[in-house]
Design a protein around this ligand. Structure first.
Ligand SMILES: C[S@@+](CC[C@H](N)C(=O)[O-])C[C@H]1O[C@@H](n2cnc3c(N)ncnc32)[C@H](O)[C@@H]1O
Ligand code: SF4
Length: 321
């Protein structure tokens, strides 16, 4: 049996819906949560055999796991109250406006040791455009409160908006840098299908400008001492162990609406439809060639690239032949 050491659990609820976002999410609602939770318990039965393992990384993402209220969040944390390695990493994604002292205490109680917060931009013009209006003072107080409880924090930055200037981007980066946190994820805006932004005739910026901004972000963060270790990710000392599981093509259990997982020879994806969940809508059985392809595609996202010796050991094959 495969020795799964990582879990991703998807919580498909938010208190606010941003109009660029294509993640699987719905407005939080008691009834839908109850249904999701019962179905999650049903799904977990399928993977019971793995839950006695000792875990290296756990990641609760969304949506906004912080949007479901303390009691519901505790139900989820109880499911994931599993054996962990000494240097485990346990991350939960937080929408800034949901952050409270009680929420942070609860996360600590269940062994969460890393949180990831969406800052995106502090520019009021873009916040309004994206339906994500967060007052800068409130945002600052939420991040400072989080810093009292966690010393491994990621902040998300979004950039490459239509008409965004380098000065505006610099202001957002300086804001994020002012918190002196461990990790920064940077995403150029993708105009996703089925989003309000897409339907509202918003035009993506030119690739060449987006690329200039990518290098601006890189140069700025590296000059402050952040290491660029994956296309979108920078860390001072603590890289994201969980995300490295994906990029190193290691197995993981994926739970929850729309979640993906990789177990043995199968990569699977759950439905995004709450009525049909916990149905898998994709089950890709991988042969050796598929596994080599994933190893390369995922591994090349890392700035250090792939490990040739590891490739040859895993696949018993010379990489150049
Ligand atoms: C699940 S959210 C993070 C947690 C929380 N829901 C929040 O928004 O604060 C994941 C992140 O993906 C990024 N993201 C979402 N949609 C995107 C898009 N269309 N283009 C680029 N980045 C996007 C944002 O940086 C966002 O913070
Ligand atoms: S960006 Fe975060 S808060 Fe906004 S809709 Fe997506 S998951 Fe929800």
């Amino acid at each position: 049996m495969t020795n799964i050491k990582s879990i991703y659990l998807h919580v498909p609820f938010c208190t606010n819906i941003c109009n660029y976002c294509d993640f699987c999410k719905m407005y939080y609602n008691d009834k839908f949560f109850e249904l999701y939770y019962l179905k999650l318990l049903e799904e977990i039965k399928k993977y019971k055999v793995y839950l006695n393992n000792t875990f290296k990384t756990i990641y609760i993402g969304g949506g906004s796991p912080s949007s479901i209220g303390i009691n519901n969040l505790e139900k989820i944390l109880k499911i994931l109250d599993l054996k962990k390695e000494d240097d485990y990493e346990y991350t939960v994604e937080l929408m800034p406006l949901d952050i409270t002292e009680d929420l942070l205490k609860l996360l600590r109680k269940y062994g969460v040791n890393r949180v990831s917060i969406g800052v995106e931009t502090i520019n009021k013009k873009y916040q309004k455009l994206f339906n994500r209006e967060i007052d800068k003072e409130v945002l600052t107080s939420k991040i400072n409160l989080t810093k009292k409880y966690f010393n491994n924090i990621n902040l998300d930055l979004m950039y490459a908006f239509k008409d965004q200037t380098i000065k505006e981007l610099e202001d957002d980066i300086n804001y994020i840098l002012s918190f002196d946190i461990e990790h920064i994820s940077t995403y150029s805006l993708i105009l996703e299908n089925n989003t309000y932004l897409k339907y509202s005739n918003y035009k993506e910026i030119d690739d060449s400008i987006s690329s200039q901004m990518y290098f601006y972000v890189k140069q700025k963060l590296e000059s402050i001492g952040y290491k660029h270790y994956e296309l979108s990710n920078y860390a001072k000392n603590k890289v994201s162990k969980h995300n490295l599981v994906y990029w190193n093509n290691e197995e993981y259990l994926g739970l929850g609406l729309s979640a993906s997982g990789y177990i043995g020879d199968i990569r699977y994806t759950n439905t995004r439809n709450l009525d049909k969940y916990p149905l898998n809508i994709e089950n890709e059985r991988l042969n050796k060639k598929d596994k080599m392809t994933y190893f390369m595609i995922l591994g090349l996202r890392k700035i250090e690239g792939i490990n040739i010796k590891e490739f040859e050991k895993l696949f018993n094959k010379n990489i150049y032949m």
